[in-house]
Ligand binder design. Structure first.
Ligand code: AMP
Length: 374
């Protein structure tokens, strides 16, 4: 089973590291001069070249049986070209729906999944309408640019609105999608994510819901199972994600990030791929999200998503590799082979314990040891 992955970052690396022991081989397609260090040594790397015909691209990638992606912000052109010769999972249409925030919200509406309210913003008049409908503070997000909290603006008053309008580019995005969406600032208690996997035969499995803590829009740590999340909210989240997977005829892993208010989940974002909030699945006795994604896209049976005990994950953001400080009993380290830059996701630690409470109690000193502060 030969798999080609579009993208050469840490998610591609971890997918390959999960697939290699099951007998898979890999090749990688890089875009826009991206850093390929995370996948170096795991299979041949080809740079995207628009002049290649679909057959040439397929041959250059070593005639893959299946193609997958590590990110949704990618060109769909190579995927649709490759789909003429082999399977592409998730299917390009699913990626298309999730790569623009307005289209993603339309998908949530079609699947009747509760989501953060929004107003489409393609003009100054639309933004003024959003102020009237949603009130201040407003969170304005570019529909196609940015991840990890980038390309987002918080507007607190009319002055902020005017200065945003002065610098905004209201040009429509692909297929007439708006360049921005405006959301109310959600007064949530916490953030959780649901990670599900759908096999080629339509079987759907979920990992336990995960609680996530972000710092400046970037995931810092996760714990699973999400402490004290009611069975009603878990059932609602799983039903919503299942509806989306089925609506898209999706094969592979998908993550759904949500805000939690006392009695409701509000979907913030979907990720049609393996996700940072699922990295804890790597070292705690379940088939990891990476392994299950590979099994699903290969058409193989899924592995267990049932967690005994609990796990926590701490991202290594902008810190040097230091195994002596970072490793301890029941803590595993995954390093992505990238060069160190401030704030960059360079690796993560996974800690396992008997309960979410004890995992969280150990996460705190580990965080202090890694970052030197709270
Ligand atoms: P996103 O890029 O949409 O995943 O946003 C990154 C992070 O910014 C989220 O995980 C939240 O912590 C925060 N955030 C995004 N949208 C909102 C919102 N409407 N209200 C409050 N916080 C938000």
């Amino acid at each position: 089973m030969h798999v080609a992955v579009l993208g050469c970052g840490q998610l591609a690396r971890m997918m390959a590291l999960a697939g290699l022991p099951m007998g898979m081989t890999f090749s990688f397609l890089s875009e826009n001069n991206e850093d390929t260090a995370p996948v170096t040594g795991l299979g041949p790397i080809t740079a995207m070249d628009d002049s290649l015909s679909s057959r040439e691209l397929y041959d250059t990638l070593g005639k893959p049986d299946v193609v997958t992606v590590e990110r949704e912000q990618c060109s769909l052109v190579p995927l649709t070209r490759l789909a003429e010769h082999c399977a592409v999972h998730p299917n390009p249409h699913a990626i298309y729906r999730c790569q623009n925030r307005e289209r993603e919200k339309q998908l949530l509406i079609a699947c009747e999944v509760p989501h953060t309210p929004f107003v489409r913003v393609a003009s100054a008049a639309d933004l003024h309408k959003a102020v009237v409908e949603l009130g201040f503070p407003l969170v304005v997000k570019h529909t196609e640019q940015g991840y990890d909290g980038k390309a987002q603006w918080r507007l607190y008053n009319d002055e902020d609105v005017e200065s945003f309008v002065a610098k905004a580019n209201f040009e429509l995005q692909s297929d007439q999608a708006a360049p921005y969406v405006a959301e109310p600032f959600m007064d949530f208690e916490r953030e959780v994510s649901f990670i599900g996997v759908r096999s080629a035969s339509g079987e759907v499995r979920f990992y336990p819901a995960t609680e996530n803590v972000h710092k400046s829009g970037v995931l810092l740590h996760s714990v699973a199972p999400a402490p004290q999340l009611s069975s009603e909210l878990i059932a609602a989240g799983q039903a919503g994600l299942k509806a989306i997977l089925e609506h898209l005829d999706y094969v592979g892993v998908m993550a759904m990030e949500c805000f939690v208010t006392p009695d409701q989940l509000w979907v913030n974002e979907l990720a049609p791929r393996v996700h940072n909030s699922g990295h804890w699945t790597m070292h705690c006795g379940v088939a990891s999200q990476f392994e299950n994604h590979m099994r699903a896209i290969a058409g193989w049976p899924l592995g267990s998503t049932h967690l005994q005990g609990a796990a926590a994950m701490l991202n290594l953001l902008g810190v040097e590799l230091d195994q002596t400080r970072q490793l301890e009993d029941n803590v595993a380290l995954d390093w992505y082979n990238k060069s160190v830059r401030p704030g960059r996701k360079l690796g993560h630690l996974v800690l396992t314990d008997d309960s979410a409470a004890s995992a969280l109690a150990r996460l705190q000193p580990l965080k202090q040891k890694v970052y030197g502060t709270d």
